[in-house]
Design a protein around this ligand. Structure first.
Ligand code: AMP
Ligand code: ZN
Length: 467
């Protein structure tokens, strides 16, 4: 099957054909750094990471740009409330965001541009839009004239007949029914304090939408392959991006628009304004490793809503442990006879994995195939039908799947830790020998409380850390 994506623009699945053979250029709207990102935000970034990794798996040369929005109304409001400079204020959240990307096993973006480093480019684009009849100025503010762009509303499927021509909106975020001329540049107001730029189009600051048009053009060119974001960005943000970029160049800007559904909590979008959110830090504090969150966020098809619960997180942890135990145990398996069936399992799994991901990144389908593989190979092992060569081939296959999923974890256990655990394991074995099962159970429970899982087998008791 060929790789295909559901394109939000055409609303159907389309075969993926890159603009330049073997190369893929992707732009993702990055975070607005006025607070810690919640795990809903990370859901959207997560499938972007899987997309990128899968394209690399398919040997594409991928350029991935994710911007940082470091100027907007909320940043001005909250930095002023905290009596901090804009730069000092955002730095905390930029650092936290980068740390969180690391904890979640993301590949670093190839380019991570800051909006405020591109003010000159934004001014130039606004000037060009004025020249071309797509923008106008009123009292130092610049607005995009949506009636001048004939394709306005195509992405979000707006009914343009009902629009009031000439109505203007200055806020960056608004609903479909208030679609109007939107702000490209906001003239300086007293309340902006010392947050402004002195430019050839006046003193002020950019609107949100113009940022992404400028940064995507600068780093990916006027025409690039894929643009991603959450569904809430489709309107107005991406609709406005198209109007700006295409108004400026007169030609198509993006081939494939991919939008992911939300992470929800009890039927509502997880969001800062509703207050129903968890940051990654909240979850890690509750004893879950970042990779567990990675598993949970990536394992549902991105165009489906995902309901967040702690039970879901626990289930993700169990699946993740099964996945990792399989690899660890396979690595230490000496190899046995062969009944020549492993090669077929490997080929079938590779095909199933790729077919699922080729079909608009169906990660849950791909995982189903991988867990069938784990079951099949475990059975071969148990029946002594897996040779050392077949073991190596199975491992190579798993690791290539893992280059996309990145679920493999390596939890180090330092020595001091382990001697204490070993001694408790011995005490537990002694307690069992003495038929003091209450003590044996207590030792196991205490260790579990500290995140240590004991596993009894014929060869004695092994331990591992919980993720
Ligand atoms: P923001 O920092 O608000 O601009 O959001 C960054 C990204 O997170 C955008 O692509 C949003 O669409 C996305 N996003 C926000 N809330 C959620 C959610 N509950 N589930 C999934 N994605 C979200
Ligand atoms: Zn954007």
């Amino acid at each position: 099957m060929a790789l295909r994506f559901k394109n939000s623009f055409s609303r159907v699945k389309e075969d993926f054909v890159p603009i330049e053979d073997g190369k893929v250029k992707i732009y993702t709207c990055g975070p607005t750094v006025y607070n810690f990102q919640h795990i809903g935000n990370f859901r959207t970034f997560m499938w972007g990471d899987i997309l990128r990794r899968y394209l690399k798996y398919k040997k594409y040369d991928v350029t991935y740009v994710m911007n940082i929005t470091d100027i907007d109304d909320k940043i001005i409001r909250d930095s002023q409330a905290q009596k901090k400079s804009r730069k000092e204020f955002i730095q905390t959240y930029v650092d936290a965001f980068l740390e969180d990307l690391d904890s979640l096993g993301f590949l670093k973006p190839d380019v991570q541009p800051y909006a405020t480093d591109h003010i000159d480019g934004m001014v130039e684009m606004i000037q060009k839009l004025v020249e071309r009849g797509f923008a106008y100025e009123i009292g130092g503010n610049y607005y995009y004239k949506i009636s001048a762009f004939k394709d306005y509303g195509k992405l979000a499927n707006l009914d343009m007949d009902g629009l009031k021509v000439g109505a203007r909106v200055s806020a960056d975020e608004y609903e479909k029914d208030s679609a109007s001329d939107f702000a490209l540049w906001k003239a300086y107001q007293e309340t902006d304090g010392d947050i402004f730029w002195d430019t050839p189009i006046g003193k002020g600051r950019p609107g949100w939408h113009i940022e992404c048009s400028v940064m995507s053009q600068k780093y990916l060119g006027n025409h690039f392959d894929i643009h991603t974001g959450g569904v809430d960005l489709m309107f107005p943000h991406h609709e406005n991006e198209i109007a700006q970029s295409e108004g400026c160049t007169g030609s198509k800007s993006v081939n494939y628009w991919l939008h992911g559904e939300h992470l929800i909590v009890e039927g509502k979008k997880m969001s800062k304004s509703v207050g129903n959110f968890f940051t990654l830090r909240d979850i890690i504090e509750k004893g879950y490793a970042g990779v567990v969150v990675r598993y949970l966020l990536s394992s549902t098809y991105y165009r489906q809503q995902l309901n967040f619960t702690f039970q879901g997180l626990d289930a993700a942890r169990s699946s993740l442990e099964r996945y990792n135990d399989f690899i660890t145990n396979l690595e230490s398996y000496a190899g046995g006879e062969s009944d020549n069936s492993a090669a077929e399992f490997i080929a079938k799994t590779k095909k199933g994995f790729e077919d699922a991901l080729d079909d608009d990144l169906n990660v849950s389908g791909a995982l189903g195939v991988v867990f069938d593989f784990i079951r099949d190979i475990n059975r071969l092992k148990a029946e002594n039908k897996l040779s050392a060569d077949e073991r190596d081939n199975a491992l190579t296959a798993m690791l290539s799947f893992d280059s996309v999923l990145n679920f493999r974890y390596h939890i180090s256990s330092d020595d001091s830790d382990s001697s204490e655990i070993e001694s408790l394991i011995q005490q537990r074995a002694d307690a069992k020998k003495n038929k003091d099962f209450a003590l044996a159970d207590k030792i196991r429970a205490d260790l579990l409380e500290q995140g240590i899982i004991l596993e009894d087998s014929r060869d004695g008791t092994k331990w591992k850390k919980k993720v």
